[in-house]
Design a protein around this ligand. Structure first.
Ligand code: ANZ
Ligand code: ZN
Length: 811
């Protein structure tokens, strides 16, 4: 009645992962089973993962972890009937790759080719369902042509502009950095302490989108911690702008404050060292020399240093008095570096009784401290920062902060105002390895974009590509590059020699993937409409305020400019999940910690399937996991057992009923599917292990049950299941099979609670197996101690049994 794979084959075959894995990878690629029809797919599902920064050292297991996690989700969707598009590429332009090239002493253009080879080889080995035909590399002129084109679209829409300002400068990378790339005062790429430098630079006006970037967050299904990080980064503060007159001068000082309710407690004012008002007032400042000396010392410090420093410094502008608009009191004006030019108005009213920093400053310089909010818990030597009932505030005394905010703002002639922490995106970099900014400066016509027909502006080969100290890119040494004609007047002009930030490269790659073959345009609008928004995006949480904010901005802009059109009003990633980090010996896996695991060896020794499954078995994907060398053995054994079972078991056809096993199958289908959907791959794998234990206790297994088991393993270990599937006589790929459906009726638990009544009253209850016969149940009930007490040795007059619920004895 059944058959056995051993019988149907001449001799048992050992599970040879190397042979089997490379065999199927070749066949899948040849048949293009992971290439959806981009124009015609009926159920498009865009499964995207953040593309890697390459270096020739290759991917470590920590990187693989994320890719596999995303791939399993994609394979699961495919088995549910979706036309899954899962592309891959390399974010190979930019500081990261260039720093690596400097380190190994290879030209970045040459290094890029080496890294590309190495990365793509590794990415193929892991057996992901990548749509390889759509790969892209950001350093490919066919790609960066459109990066430059996007720059021009931003420029034409007034969102790219030049401005001189004190910018973050990394002395080691010798380039400016965006605020998002300064982490705790240090360079995001190399960890060097960042300083300030006055430079004229290109910026993108992301602040214009601050409110939408914030509002839309509510609609996004994203890992919560990432949403919180973006919210804090955008940093909306609601408050007011209030003007203070300067005694005997035309100028006034405008401040931004979140606490207008404390205006009666403003005992002095502070200007930022960069505030141009100081020079305007210089004629009236008696100690201007000392003030200027203070300013030049303050200027090079990083913002973080200035804010965090407990030891406040400053200088009074002697001879200058401001007038508090509410009580007309004359108060001193100071300059101090704890006030930043880049926030609010670059000036504050200081309320030392209720603000920490003002308090420290006032204490140090002996300035007046006037409490204006009542406090029951006032502490010595600290500012009382909470809101409350006003005191010392003339007619506003007795009012609550909340109301007083509005009333005092009005009374002082101020204006309500929202302030954002977010600043414009500094886009120019004085480096070599990136897309040249496509702009030309003419002595007569000013700045003009490179005509689109002349794109790409190719990055010239520069032998000495290393960054320079002077604040200019190495491209500024290449005359043939920068000497150009003005696109407008054909006169003498100079090409911009800075390149753009590599976060611009990665801010639109997801739009290009389904369009990589289109040489004529950045993308085809119909294809964008079909595939967007992205259905699932998985990547690292460390990009919360870098990449993930920039992509949203660029996409919202393209939407507004009518260049893309899809639902969600231009939000490209309605669903994003941050994967956790892989830990090794108690630390995050990273090259600098020296605890990096190379996946190649594991794939060689145990196979891609075993490595994939092991990584996912560690913990839920969003949590990360602790990599142990011994752990993979357990998974390897599991796969061996599946292999053996497939060969040893006797498979029987449908008519053979195995009720018990069938129930367990349906429970497993439900569990595994639900767990994959929520990225709890670890518990899905446990359920598969439990089911395997069960299967192994059976001599005969209905073939369909085993096949469903194989289907469920497929997203995790797609090679071994493909091989076994074929051996079971199938012509189609198991990877293209549909996910098994469970029968809800089969999920009913195997036991039930029987309520025992005597003369209609509940007297006892009992848990019983569902396959018990009625007669058996009756005799069990009659044996119960409690029942015997009531029966007193007599037989009941009647027994009424309601299956699986109640038994009533009439006595
Ligand atoms: C008076 C006041 C009284 C303030 C008080 C706070 C507490 P957030 O929430 O971050 O928006 N501030 C304004 N501009 C500044 C600048 N350029 N550099 C440094 N500090 C600045 O903080 C807003 C508050 O930070 C403002 O409200 C101002 O101090 C200060 F009991 O004004 B406040
Ligand atoms: Zn750096």
């Amino acid at each position: 009645m059944g058959y056995n794979l051993f019988i149907s084959m001449s001799k048992p075959i050992k599970y040879d992962h190397k042979k089997i894995e490379s065999k199927w990878q070749k066949i899948w690629a040849k048949k293009g089973i992971y290439e959806p029809n981009l124009k015609k797919a009926k159920n498009p599902f865009y499964n995207l993962m953040m593309f890697p920064y390459p270096s020739a050292e290759g991917l470590h297991v920590g990187n693989m972890y994320a890719f596999v996690g995303s791939d399993i989700y994609g394979r699961f969707q495919r088995m549910q009937g979706q036309d899954v598009f899962e592309p891959i590429g390399l974010d190979g332009f930019g500081i990261h790759s260039e720093n690596y090239a400097i380190k190994v002493g290879t030209h970045p253009a040459k290094q890029a080719k080496l890294s590309e080879k190495r990365f793509y080889k590794q990415l193929r080995m892991i057996g992901n369902a990548f749509a390889w035909k759509e790969h892209l590399e950001t350093y490919d002129p066919e790609y960066y042509k459109w990066t430059q084109w996007i720059f021009i679209q931003l420029y034409k829409n007034g969102l790219a502009y030049r401005k001189k300002q004190a910018v973050n400068w990394c002395p080691s990378c010798k380039t400016v950095l965006a605020d998002e790339q300064v982490i705790a005062g240090k360079c995001e790429r190399c960890g060097t302490k960042v300083i300030k430098k006055d430079l004229e630079q290109w910026f993108f006006r992301i602040t214009k989108y601050a409110d939408r970037l914030l509002q839309n967050l509510e609609k996004l299904d994203w890992s919560e911690k990432v949403k919180i990080a973006q919210k804090n980064w955008i940093g909306k503060s609601e408050g007011a702008e209030i003007d203070f007159k300067i005694k005997g001068a035309e100028e006034k000082i405008t401040v931004f404050t979140t606490r207008p309710d404390t205006l009666f407690g403003a005992t002095y004012m502070v200007l930022s060292p960069e505030n141009p008002l100081i020079e305007k007032l210089s004629g009236k400042i008696k100690n201007i020399k000392a003030v200027r000396a203070y300013i030049s010392r303050a200027k090079n410090k990083s913002d973080d240093d200035r804010i965090e420093n407990k030891n406040k410094t400053g200088a009074e502008l002697q001879g200058i008095k401001a007038v508090n608009p509410v009580d007309k009191k004359e108060i001193p004006v100071w300059v101090s570096d704890y006030v930043l030019m880049s926030y609010g108005t670059g000036a504050i009213m200081a309320v030392p009784a209720h603000d920490e920093r003002d308090f420290e400053f006032a204490k140090k310089f002996g300035l007046e401290i006037v409490p204006v909010i009542k406090s029951d818990v006032a502490k010595e030597g600290e500012a009382m920062v909470s809101e409350g009932v006003l005191i010392n505030s003339e007619e506003f005394t007795g009012m609550f902060s909340e109301r007083a905010r509005n009333e005092i703002t009005k009374f002082a002639g101020g204006r309500k105002k929202s302030q954002y922490r977010l600043r414009d995106w500094l886009i120019s970099r004085q480096r070599y390895w990136g897309p040249p900014i496509p702009m030309i400066l003419c002595e007569d016509c000013g700045w003009n974009p490179v005509p689109e027909k002349d794109l790409p502006v190719k990055l010239p080969f520069v032998k000495d590509f290393r960054p320079r100290d002077k604040g200019v890119s190495p491209l500024a040494t290449v005359k043939s590059f920068y000497e150009v004609k003005c696109p407008k007047c054909k006169g003498k002009a100079r090409r911009e020699t800075d390149i753009s930030d590599n976060f611009l490269d990665s801010a639109w790659y997801y739009l290009r993937y389904p369009n990589v073959k289109d040489k004529k345009q950045s993308w085809n609008k119909d294809i964008i409409k079909k595939w967007f928004p992205v259905d699932m995006y998985i990547g690292g949480a460390e990009h919360s305020v870098l990449h993930l904010l920039y992509v949203r901005f660029i996409s919202l802009f393209l939407h507004d400019a009518g260049l893309i059109n899809f639902s969600q009003n231009g939000e490209p990633f309605p669903k994003f999940r941050a994967h956790g980090l892989l830990i090794k010996d108690g630390a995050k896996m990273s090259k600098s910690k020296g605890n990096v695991i190379n996946p190649d060896e594991y794939i060689k020794n145990f196979g891609a399937d075993a490595l994939r499954m092991y990584l996912m078995f560690l913990a839920p994907l969003e949590q990360g996991g602790d990599f142990r060398d011994t752990g993979i053995l357990g998974i390897s054994r599991f796969l061996d057992r599946v292999w053996k079972l497939a060969h040893n078991a006797t498979f029987v056809e449908k008519n053979f009923r195995e009720t018990d096993l069938e129930k367990k199958l349906h429970q497993t289908i439900k569990k595994v599917g639900g767990d994959i959907e929520s990225l709890h791959y670890n518990t899905a794998i446990s359920a598969l292990m439990i089911f395997l234990n069960e299967l192994e206790t059976h001599k005969q297994i209905p073939k369909s049950i085993f096949e469903n088991f194989l289907k469920m393993i497929t997203p995790f270990a797609p090679h071994i299941t493909e091989e076994l599937w074929q051996k079971l006589g199938h012509k189609k790929f198991v990877n293209l099979e549909s996910w098994p459906e469970y029968d809800p009726e089969q999920l009913i638990s195997e036991t039930f609670i029987l309520v025992i009544q005597i003369n209609g009253k509940v007297r006892d209850s009992l848990e019983l197996s569902r396959d018990m016969e009625e007669a058996e149940i009756k005799s069990l009930v009659l044996e119960r101690e409690k029942v015997k007490e009531f029966l007193k040795g007599k037989a009941p007059q009647a027994i009424i049994y309601v299956p699986f619920r109640i038994i009533n004895l009439v006595i």
